[in-house]
Design a protein around this ligand. Structure first.
Ligand SMILES: *Cc1c(COP(=O)(O)O)cnc(C)c1O
Length: 352
């Protein structure tokens, strides 16, 4: 893949003060087109700008689109790193397959990410805990109102400097176990990273927020009995010393942080189980004082300790609403690798 680079002649001022999330974008973006019969073509890095699409473009009507999310981290050694971008490339193709979007060569995905980050390298913030959020996405662009896979697509990567997720250390959150709405079912698109899953999640999120909970924990879509995942995070429990997370059943997003946590826990000799876990099992474990820790995992927060879980009339307090030992150790290890502070034994990082 050859990437044509056109640099902006009017670079923007870098943001000053506190960086939030997802509001400021860098000077450049990556773009590449797909046309049936021709394949992916015209890989280019261009000045960040608005794009024009026909109102009939298929993405607007039937939601044929996918996205990814990863970050670039500026290390104390002055080197910028990506964390397991090959996993994002693989997941892109798993999502694409489910949504009838053409496959994208994995090495092209990784090279596109690396190249656009390199061009905007001076946008990677350097303060503790900050990073450059990377958002690759693909949209269906055929100008046609029929329901069918599009024959043309746009692959775009945009970049957004983002602030530290935690202002002052890990902070436990309260989570709402949703017992009415469901997010996904086996055979559906729950394992795919696509906007439709998020559209389906909004109503429950609004309800949880109104009740003072920061996120929703979904139950399985058939029996509403088994734990699935949190809004944009996978979920882990420590019960009787064992690390337990729902197995990937087709309705859960296979998180890269989830995979990294499983590998680290196994390396540390902890007992790890990927299996079905019911909300009843959780409630019982909590009542008997055996639910020792609970945490979410995802690119944004890395590890998000859960201090409170609400299910119907039950409010479960976990570890006295304090950060657990394993949660803290996982957070320190993964962020240590990402910012180049500790040795990357698993070869998870790629230098930009
Ligand atoms: C992206 C995402 C995750 C977390 O995946 P990571 O690769 O760890 O960032 C979990 N659940 C959902 C629904 C997601 O979209």
């Amino acid at each position: 893949m050859e990437i044509k680079i056109t640099k902006t002649s009017t670079p923007k001022a870098k943001p000053t003060g506190k960086l939030g999330f997802g509001k400021v974008f860098t000077d450049h973006m990556f773009m590449m087109n797909y046309t049936e019969g021709k394949g992916w073509h015209d890989a280019r890095i261009v000045p960040y700008e608005k794009i024009t699409l026909d109102p009939s473009a298929m993405v607007f009507h039937y939601g044929q689109e996918m996205f990814e999310g990863l970050k670039a981290y500026m290390g104390a050694d002055g080197k910028a790193r990506l964390f397991r971008p090959d996993m994002n490339a693989k997941r892109t193709n798993a999502t694409n397959k489910r949504l009838c979007i053409p496959q994208l060569p994995e090495e092209d995905f990784v090279e596109a990410v690396r190249a656009v980050v390199e061009v905007d390298k001076d946008w990677i913030p350097t303060e503790d805990g900050t990073s450059l959020y990377i958002r690759p996405f693909i949209i269906a662009t055929d100008e046609f109102l029929g329901v069918a896979p599009s024959k043309t697509y746009l692959f775009i990567i945009i970049l957004s400097p983002s602030g530290a997720y935690y202002e002052s250390g890990l902070a436990p959150v309260g989570i709402w176990i949703e017992d009415d709405y469901v997010r996904a079912v086996k055979g559906g698109i729950g394992f795919a990273k696509t906007g439709g899953n998020y559209a389906a999640s909004l109503a429950a999120q609004v309800k949880a927020h109104d009740d003072g909970y920061s996120q929703v924990l979904w139950l399985d879509g058939v029996e509403r009995k088994y734990i699935e995942e949190v809004g944009a995070m996978n979920i882990f429990f420590k019960i009787d010393g064992k690390i337990i997370t729902p197995m990937l059943s087709g309705s859960i997003l296979p998180g890269i942080t989830r995979d990294s946590v499983l590998q680290l826990c196994r390396n540390w000799g902890l007992e790890v189980e990927e299996r079905k876990i019911s909300v009843d099992e959780l409630i019982t474990a909590q009542k008997e004082g055996r639910l020792e820790e609970c945490f979410g995992t995802g690119t944004a927060a890395v590890i998000s300790p859960v201090g409170k879980l609400r299910y119907k009339d039950d409010v479960m307090l976990i570890n006295n609403n304090e950060i657990g030992e394993i949660s803290q150790k996982l957070y320190d290890t993964i962020t240590g690798i990402q910012w180049g502070k500790i040795e990357d034994e698993n070869k998870w990082t790629l230098l930009v």
